[in-house]
Every structure is written in C-alpha cells, then in structure tokens.
Design a protein around this ligand. Structure first.
Ligand code: SF4
Ligand code: SF4
Ligand code: SF4
Length: 204
C-alpha cells in the first residue's frame, strides 16, 4: 500500500516560496487537482492520506510543532466547509479572469493560493492539531462529496476489544470503530496498524 512520506511536503515549500520567483511552478496545483478528482471517484479522500504534498507537510512538518489539541467540531460542519469552498473558488475564479490569459500571471494566482492556504494550514496545525486544515480544506470537501462513501473502513466487531488505540492514532480525529461510514477518512491506514487485534480493514 502506498504511504505518505515526509519528502512530499517539500513540494509545498517549493511551490509556495520558489513560485514567487518562478510562477510557472503554480501549475503544479493543476496536477494535484486533477489527481485528487480522479482518485476520489474510486477511493474518496485516499489522496489526502497517501499522496497530498500538503498532507505530508501537515503530518511530518507541522506535526513537529503542534499542540495536539482536539479539532473543534464546527470545522467539520458543511455549514463552514461549503461556504469556504465557494468563497475560495469564487476568489480564485475572479483572480484568474483578471489575468487576461497571461501564462505567468495565471501561475502566480495558483502560487498565491498555495501560499495563503499553506499559511492557514501551518497556523491551524501548530495551534490545534496537524490535520486541522484538512478537516475543512476545500479540496478535501470536494473529495468527501464525490466519493466519501467509497472504500470504507470495516470493523470486525467480534475482534474489537474497545481499546480505542485506533481513535488515538487517527490524524483526522474520527470515531474510528464506532461509526460505520466515515466520508472524511483519508485512508492513511494508521488505525489498522495501531489495532492490536487486526479488527480493521478496508473494503472496496
Ligand atoms: S484536505 Fe486538502 S490539504 Fe489536506 S490532504 Fe486533502 S487535499 Fe491535501
Ligand atoms: S479512520 Fe483510520 S484510515 Fe481513516 S483517517 Fe483515521 S486513521 Fe486514517
Ligand atoms: S484499535 Fe482495534 S480493538 Fe482497539 S478499539 Fe480500535 S478496532 Fe477495536
């Protein structure tokens, strides 16, 4: 199974910082958008837990300085997430229209978007929990809506000893063994590794 690595997080720094001088780096975001949209059809938020550079940045880099607090429930609410998605997409659309099709300026719109969201992710992750941004990230919300019911984690009830090690290992702070459908599960597999009785597995 593909696992997220610390090295992917370097791409976030390259696009957010080097992109200010080399705006074409911003087009990397298009590759990210396309990949997550395709994978979400089959595996929901799998991209977030296995391939997203910012997910790696949050896990391994922000994870070094986080205060590891509970993520506020309001941030999971679609009353927050959908308006945020519309706001960010609307703002990006407005900025793209004002570039008049100039290649470098379009790239810079993506770079600024990456820099702004990385800054929010860093502040939220450091002050609360590494994956705080990922609870309301517009791209996570899109994947939730497209394929959140796909590739669900199964709990074999007869094997579960209610030790809660799965919950403690979950970067998204989900109710791992008590809820049946978890549209915000990022399929990282950390709960499976943590479970002492092998009660957890994924079902396509
Ligand atoms: S929620 Fe957003 S930032 Fe977080 S891993 Fe998914 S796509 Fe990346
Ligand atoms: S439920 Fe398991 S696989 Fe899903 S995000 Fe939490 S730890 Fe990762
Ligand atoms: S870690 Fe395994 S045994 Fe423990 S509560 Fe979770 S599913 Fe049950």
């Amino acid at each position: 199974m593909l696992k997220i690595t610390p090295y992917l997080g370097i791409l976030v720094i390259i696009v957010s910082v080097a992109g200010l001088w080399f705006p074409l780096l911003g087009y990397f975001l298009l590759l990210v958008f396309a990949t997550l949209l395709i994978t979400s059809v089959f595996r929901g938020r799998w991209f977030c837990g296995n391939l997203c550079p910012r997910g790696s940045f949050n896990d391994f880099w922000v994870g070094q300085i986080t205060r590891n607090r509970k993520i506020p429930a309001i941030l999971r609410s679609f009353w927050v997430r959908v308006p945020l998605f519309l706001l960010m997409m609307g703002f990006m659309g407005y900025r793209l229209l004002s570039t008049q099709g100039l290649i470098n300026q379009i790239g810079m719109v993506f770079v600024i978007m990456c820099l702004a969201t990385t800054t929010i992710a860093l502040l939220a992750g450091a002050s609360i929990s590494p994956r705080t941004w990922c609870t309301f990230c517009p791209m996570g919300t899109v994947q939730n809506l497209i394929g959140g019911h796909k590739y669900q984690l199964q709990v074999e009830g007869s094997k579960c000893i209610e030790c809660n090690k799965c919950e403690k290992s979950c970067p998204m702070q989900l109710d791992v063994h008590t809820s049946t459908i978890k549209p915000d599960c990022i399929k990282c597999g950390r709960c499976i590794t943590a479970c002492p009785t092998k009660a957890l597995s994924f079902k396509a």
